[in-house]
Design a protein around this ligand. Structure first.
Ligand code: CAA
Length: 332
């Protein structure tokens, strides 16, 4: 049965059905909190059937664990799972027609997001909120892509289309992390912003707001921190290589700032972070870190955001962190 169950009472956010595009670690997490916490029917779409299957299997695992731990009842788990309807690749974005809000959570690629928002704006109702879970790309730019062909930004339909776009930035892993960062595009209406905020709260999240600057507050802070840590490691790596082949000069020793373990340990024990920046980068995914850093660097031209060469090489090697089994650390 692919018909979403109609919702009970309409909450303050007015979202009776939410659509989620992308069933990777972020999209699946968003679908999970929407179904379990906000208790709304979810239309889950991914263009890859394999990814959809993987996502749903993970949701089942999370629900089973919550039941085993006594956090929710077996009935609650069943109802939650029943709220999730799969929208197949074949059905495509047209399957989002009944959603009052669609949250896009695909990879960090502007052209991909632009294509999705353009198509969505033509396929869903004019009142549907279009949210993006991007961690760094300009919401204003994504909003501009919603204007359907043949219309201009100055036409009333064109400007209405962009005014319902908003950034809804969840943190990984979504079921665990308490925060959602909300970002208003230049075009976003107050109504869109208020409803998006209410929806995030209904999903059990605390909310902060950020201007539409590259990386928003979170990644404008986090990425230089991660990047500086990688640069420290890069210098140490270089000095190790050179140590092997050339007589080590005092100058090169000075460049060796710290080892991987000491960089992470400093932040963990010295600043009370639950995990160090290199381990966190592995958890986020090194390809995602690189994509975000490139957006920050391109958006600001500020050299402090320049991705380190080591990070680029690791992504070249497909050492993507936890998800690929190898990053700064090795995983089973
Ligand atoms: N999805 C859902 N739940 C998960 C999960 C996942 N991927 N990973 C762990 N959990 C749940 C576990 O099921 C467990 O739940 P219960 O309490 O119900 O049992 C709980 O988290 C704790 O898990 P563990 O006991 O295995 O504990 P842990 O020591 O591995 O901690 C963690 C898990 C708290 C998530 C820890 O790994 C952590 O702190 N990670 C870093 C989180 C973080 O800083 N995220 C922000 C990244 S930045 C970002 O997302 C923004 C961006 O734009 C890049």
């Amino acid at each position: 049965d692919t018909t979403p169950k109609k919702c009970m009472a309409v909450a303050a956010h007015g979202i009776r059905t939410v659509g989620v595009i992308g069933s990777g670690q972020m999209g699946l997490g968003i679908a999970y909190v929407a179904a379990l916490r906000a208790r709304v029917p979810v239309l889950l779409h991914d263009r890859s059937e394999a990814q959809l299957k993987k996502g749903l299997a993970f949701m089942d695992k999370l629900l089973d664990k919550d039941v085993t731990k006594g956090k929710i009842s077996a009935e609650d788990a069943k109802e939650t799972r029943g709220r999730v309807t799969v929208i197949s690749a074949e059905k495509g974005l047209a399957g989002m027609r009944d959603a009052d809000m669609v949250i896009e959570a695909v990879s960090e690629k502007l052209s991909l997001k632009e294509a999705i928002f353009k198509e969505l704006s033509a396929k869903v109702s004019a009142d549907t909120i279009l949210a993006t879970n991007t961690s760094s790309i300009s919401i204003t730019k994504i909003a501009a892509a919603t204007i359907p062909e043949g219309q201009t930004a100055s036409s009333s339909e064109g400007s209405k289309s962009a005014s319902r776009v908003v950034g809804l930035h969840f943190f990984n892993p979504v079921p665990v992390m308490k925060l959602v960062e909300i970002i208003s595009a230049l075009q976003t209406s107050t109504d869109t912003l208020d409803r998006a905020r209410n929806f995030a709260v209904a999903c059990g999240k605390e909310v902060t707001t950020s201007q539409d600057v590259p990386g928003f507050v979170s990644n404008a802070l986090l990425m230089p921190f991660i990047n500086e840590a990688i640069m420290c490691l890069e210098k140490v790596g270089a000095s190790f290589v050179i140590q092997r082949y050339i007589i080590v000069t005092s100058c090169l020793i000075e460049q060796g700032v710290a080892t991987r373990d000491d960089i992470d340990k400093t932040l963990k024990l010295g600043m009370n972070h639950p995990m160090g920046p290199l381990q966190l980068a592995d958890f986020i995914g090194l390809d995602t870190c690189l994509a975000i850093q490139q957006t920050l660097y391109n958006g600001t031209s500020d050299s402090k955001y320049r991705p380190s060469v080591l990070l680029e090489r690791m992504v070249d090697a497909q050492w993507l962190g936890k998800k690929s089994g190898k990053g700064f650390y090795d995983y089973d």
